[in-house]
Design a protein around this ligand. Structure first.
Ligand SMILES: NC(=O)c1ccc[n+]([C@@H]2O[C@H](COP(=O)([O-])OP(=O)(O)OC[C@H]3O[C@@H](n4cnc5c(N)ncnc54)[C@H](O)[C@@H]3O)[C@@H](O)[C@H]2O)c1
Length: 490
């Protein structure tokens, strides 16, 4: 079992702890604050609510979380150390010295620092090669980006290892090729912040109007295409060159008239804090955090459906979660197919629920549809096969809603073949939470030629894989509820 040590368990350390823990790592937290575990609890609760929603495959079982006051105990034998102590260089130096006195020489030491360069962190270090910046974004348990910044002294093999581990946690490691104060992303945020201060101070806009200008417009655009691709598309078919020619003179503004920086006076702080209270004081911070997480999950899941940006990162994470399990296997890899086969194992995501927090009706069909897709892939009717012109089309569906499921529940679907021969495929899915039956779905499918749109024979390989499972399942008893018509009582 892999183990991470989280040094400093505040907002950011807590987010790291949750990300590691929910991805199956053991986590040791070192923080001198006697309230460290109480501080971590709400972050962990938020992460448990939101993170499992991201992918359509369940995360591995959680690792074990422990708290430590002794550095040797916290870092001995660990694979990863993440430093997330306050942003003061002398504290970071002291902590890194203590970490290196006790940790394995080949473990990764990542620093969450928002501002310092890795070479600054490495000053006076026993083994500078071990230290790199791994700069996360809040909430660490949901945001994919980690800016990975080595200095010329950092061991590049260790950096590559760190990037592999980060991908395994569902993160997107972005290697910063040249160390610089505040890395990449925070430099943008700094520029935007400076502009916002100026606009508020001069009474051009309120905090609320600035937020609307972002979230009703370029914020949504940036989340999916960033800056340059957004401008490229704005240039029409002629692309970036045309865009730059068209807006050329305007692009010079940043060097001329937009550079005012207001002084950070008490008056300005009062002005901004007052406007912020008026804007959002009617919500508690925990209500806002829950809304933030719901929105982030929903937006990232939309990107996931398009296999784009942050969504593509989630799909890669999901593929890794499937690998080596029945959820990623071909039927030929399975020695024993005599029992109903696991086709879905996932958490009920936040965006699958209605106003009661229950999984809504349409999502039962989605889960069963996913189970059918997975069964098709299992017998070889996967994306590659479908591209050759054959697929199964669902002709009939009957769902029974037996019990409720809440957001975050881990559901499993087991699939039994009632009949499978030639063009016909008759499946019976049972959805469980633990051993509680939630629903059943019975589906009749026909193999069709995507060219003629008429029923056709599947490939011999699919026929062979399906025959094997159908023969094995013929020995199972007919499941309760199979063949039922709507409204019939048992
Ligand atoms: N807050 C953000 O949005 C954000 C984002 C990215 C990176 N960061 C960076 O993450 C780091 C931590 O920031 P934060 O916002 O979590 O701060 P925080 O104040 O919430 O947490 C810091 C934690 O470190 C603990 N601590 C203090 N001295 C310690 C020591 N000697 N050993 C171990 N723990 C110690 C504190 O008790 C506290 O729990 C900073 O370097 C910051 O720049 C912050």
């Amino acid at each position: 079992m892999t183990t991470a040590a989280i040094i400093g368990g505040g907002v950011i350390g807590g987010g790291w702890a949750a990300r590691f823990l929910l991805n199956g790592w053991n986590v040791r937290v070192f923080d001198p604050d006697p309230e460290a575990d109480a501080k971590l609890a709400p972050v962990l609760a938020q992460a448990r609510r939101a993170l499992p929603s991201l992918t359509d495959v369940a995360l591995p079982p959680e690792g074990v979380l422990t708290f430590h006051n002794d550095m040797a105990e916290a870092v001995s034998g660990v694979d990863w150390i993440q430093e997330s102590v306050p942003e003061r260089l002398e504290i970071k130096h002291a902590v890194l010295a203590s970490v290196q006195a006790h940790c394995p020489p080949d473990s990764i030491i990542g620093s969450s620092t928002s501002g310092f360069k890795p070479s600054e962190l490495q000053q006076g270090a026993a083994r500078p090669g071990q230290i790199m910046v791994c700069h996360p974004f809040n909430p660490v348990y949901l945001m994919p980006l980690i800016e990975v910044v080595p200095s010329p002294q950092t061991d590049l093999a260790l950096v590559e290892k760190a990037e592999g581990i980060l991908r395994g946690l569902g993160h997107f490691p972005l290697r910063v090729r040249k160390e610089i104060d505040a890395h990449i992303a925070d430099r943008f945020l700094e520029a935007v912040w400076r502009e916002a201060l100026w606009l508020v101070k001069d009474g051009v806009a309120t905090t609320e109007e600035i937020d609307e200008a972002i979230r009703m417009g370029f914020g949504i655009r940036w989340a999916q295409m960033g800056l340059f691709d957004t401008y490229r598309t704005a240039g029409g078919e002629a692309g970036m060159r045309h865009f730059m020619a068209q807006f050329g003179p305007a692009l010079k503004w940043p060097w001329t008239k937009l550079m005012d920086v207001p002084e950070f006076t008490d008056e300005l702080v009062d002005l901004i804090a007052g406007q912020s209270d008026a804007q959002s004081g009617h919500m508690s911070i925990s209500q806002m955090l829950a809304a933030r997480d719901d929105n982030l999950v929903g937006m990232m899941r939309a990107l996931k459906a398009n296999n784009w940006g942050a969504g593509a990162v989630m799909n890669a994470h999901e593929a890794a979660l499937r690998e080596g399990t029945v959820l990623g296997a071909h039927a030929d890899d399975l020695e024993d197919v005599s029992a109903p086969i696991l086709t879905v194992r996932r958490a009920v995501p936040l965006d699958w629920t209605d106003y009661n927090g229950h999984m809504n009706e349409a999502r039962y069909l989605q889960a069963f549809g996913d189970a059918t897709d997975r069964f098709m892939a299992l017998i070889g009717c996967d994306a590659e096969y479908i591209a050759t012109g054959g697929s199964y089309f669902t002709a009939e569906t009957h769902i029974r809603h037996v019990d409720e499921a809440l957001a975050g529940a881990t559901i499993e679907v087991l699939t039994q073949v009632l009949a499978g021969a030639g063009k016909k495929l008759h499946l019976f899915h049972e959805m469980f939470e633990g051993d509680r039956l939630l629903a059943t779905g019975e589906h009749f499918l026909l193999h069709v030629s995507l060219e003629t749109r008429r029923p056709s024979e599947p490939s011999p390989a699919i026929v062979a894989a399906l025959d094997r499972i159908a023969a094995a399942h013929a020995d199972l008893s007919t499941p309760e509820g199979a063949g039922r018509a709507v409204g019939q009582r048992p």
